[in-house]
Ligand binder design. Structure first.
Ligand code: GAF
Length: 387
């Protein structure tokens, strides 16, 4: 392990790559984590989401090699793994290496020829914090491999995000939607990404916090979550069942009036979250375009209540974080990401950020919970080549 977060990642990766492989990397690429501002679990229902990229990124140094092997090492993990490009199939790699192998497998299985390569990764998106460390890793590896392969018609933008999602769904085995990979690839600095998953259309919405006098505060409760596990899959199945009962391809097509036709009360609540959340995302996009932060904040609060009461994906630490944030001046606050732990976000007047953070820390201390990690983040750039 050679992690040193004091060194800027591009420099750290260049140095570690040279140490390990004996030459400078041919290039360095990176891709960010995200917070989803609103629109949770709507992606796999063909709905709307609205993420922005965060400054935390996964950075990859890589060089093409002659053989048919990917050698992979990471600043956060021991040892070097070898991935045979001719023996790739779901299950052939495990742990963090599976994300790298999965991306190579996805690209090759869609007909993109890859060369052998040496890779060194530096992942600075915290794991299990609901900030999309897996997608950042997949997307950083994807853009690096695609560039190294010098393809005549390389997958880009949403097509590349879909390949990374394919890797996560079919190779890693986590049946997640397209939110995280689309955010990691497509977000731009100073903007939120309004993404319509059904239409595969995107809009960059200026997210100008400074002129609104607001900060985006990200509060990692350090209650770890995972999407490979049962609860995420359960929610997905409930949505599919509700859509089937309503006779629509996905809950994107359902309306609030349709919900009365669902007789099972749990299924009805789950579907109500999705249907109302889609409406909230569209309204939030409009509010942000109008610099109407009061409305945006209210929509965040309603979204959180819907996740807590209808979709039932929050937990006590997250709910308390949101309550304390709202009691200490946040204009809006909600859980972000898949749920069952992870992070909450808040939009907070700049002058109230310190007191709000102190209040959250004090509450966690009183309750004897692990100290949360509270940071102010700027909406950041998406995936790209850094060197
Ligand atoms: C996780 C998944 F990976 C996304 O696809 C999305 O469903 C999200 O949870 C919930 O909005 O991040």
């Amino acid at each position: 392990m050679t992690q040193n977060n004091d060194v800027e990642p591009t420099q750290a990766v260049a140095a570690a790559f040279a140490d390990l492989y004996g030459t400078a990397p041919q290039g360095i690429w990176s891709s960010p984590g995200r917070v989803n501002l609103i629109g949770e679990h709507t992606d796999y229902n063909n709905g709307f989401v609205m993420p922005c990229a965060i400054p935390d990124r996964v950075t990859v140094g890589a060089s093409k090699t002659e053989g048919r092997v990917l050698r992979v090492a990471s600043a956060q993990q021991e040892g070097t793994a070898q991935i045979d490009l001719d023996q790739l199939e779901p299950g052939s790699a495990e742990g963090w290496v599976a994300y790298v192998a999965g991306v190579a497998w996805a690209l090759q299985s869609k007909g993109f020829a890859l060369p052998g390569a040496d890779l060194f990764l530096d992942g600075r998106v915290p794991l299990g914090a609901g900030l999309s460390s897996s997608a950042a890793l997949e997307c950083a590896v994807a853009i690096a491999l695609v560039d190294l392969a010098e393809l005549s018609d390389p997958p880009q933008g949403l097509a590349l995000a879909q390949l990374a999602q394919f890797a996560e769904n079919e190779y890693v085995g986590a049946k997640t939607g397209l939110l995280d990979q689309a955010a990691s690839i497509l977000c731009t600095e100073g903007h939120a990404l309004l993404f319509d998953v059904q239409e595969l259309s995107t809009q960059q919405v200026p997210f100008d916090l400074a002129s609104a006098g607001l900060s985006l505060v990200v509060m990692d409760t350090r209650v770890a979550h995972s999407h490979a596990g049962g609860e995420y899959g359960d929610r997905r199945r409930s949505c599919e069942q509700a859509a089937a009962e309503l006779g629509v391809p996905a809950l994107r097509q359902a309306t609030v009036a349709d919900l009365d036709r669902l007789t099972d009360p749990v299924l009805k609540k789950r579907a109500r979250h999705i249907v109302t959340e889609n409406d909230r995302v569209v309204a939030a996009g409009q509010a942000m375009s109008n610099d109407d932060w009061t409305t945006f904040g209210r929509l965040m609060v309603e979204s959180h209540a819907s996740m807590r009461d209808d979709f039932e994906i929050t937990c006590e630490e997250i709910d308390v974080t949101v309550e304390v944030a709202l009691a200490n001046g946040a204009v809006g606050s909600r859980m972000t990401g898949g749920g069952f732990g992870g992070s909450a976000i808040a939009l907070v007047p700049v002058e109230k950020v310190t007191a709000l953070g102190d209040a959250v820390l004090a509450t966690f201390a009183e309750k004897g919970w692990v100290t949360p990690i509270i940071r102010v983040m700027e909406p950041s750039r998406g995936a790209g080549r850094d060197q």
